[in-house]
Ligand binder design. Structure first.
Ligand code: SF4
Ligand code: SF4
Length: 136
């Protein structure tokens, strides 16, 4: 199975439990943490890339959900239509991951898909619909 990316959201009650490491120990999966936001008093978020065979993956994901984590498949991607973008910077305000940034000298708005956690906040914010969801 090709590596899959998921966004994991969980509350404070799970922070002391090694649920992610159990993917390796109990479900024979490998993972990379691509992004983590672990702030006190806030919902925690982690983007994982998970590798392994399909049956192990399904069991591992079921375990994460049973443990109380929200698991969101992010096979979806966000793409930016450069021809539509007029660099108004509205999307920079809502992007929580740092995927969208503005060059203060040129005022050009850039997008780094590697940092995107596919929250889709920019999609509804962009007046000319330059930020779009792509599936597959
Ligand atoms: S979907 Fe848009 S707002 Fe959300 S992380 Fe990706 S670029 Fe930023
Ligand atoms: S909100 Fe849309 S038009 Fe404005 S900078 Fe972002 S992508 Fe470009």
């Amino acid at each position: 199975m090709a590596a899959k990316r998921v966004l994991l959201r969980f509350s404070n009650s799970l922070i002391s439990k090694p649920i992610v490491h159990r993917l390796v120990k109990d479900y024979d999966l490998g993972f990379n943490i691509l992004k983590a936001q672990i702030l006190p008093d806030e919902e925690k978020e982690m983007v994982l890339e998970i590798e392994g065979n399909r049956a192990c993956y399904d069991k591992g994901i079921a375990f994460l959900k049973e443990s109380g984590a929200e698991v969101i498949n992010i096979e979806k991607r966000i793409v930016k239509d450069e021809e539509r973008c007029y660099h108004c910077s509205a999307c920079t305000v809502v992007c929580p991951s740092g995927a969208i940034s503005i060059d203060r000298e040129t005022m050009v708005v850039g997008y780094d898909p590697e940092q995107c956690i596919v929250c889709e906040l920019c999609v509804g914010t962009c007046p000319p619909r330059a930020m779009q969801v792509e599936i597959g």
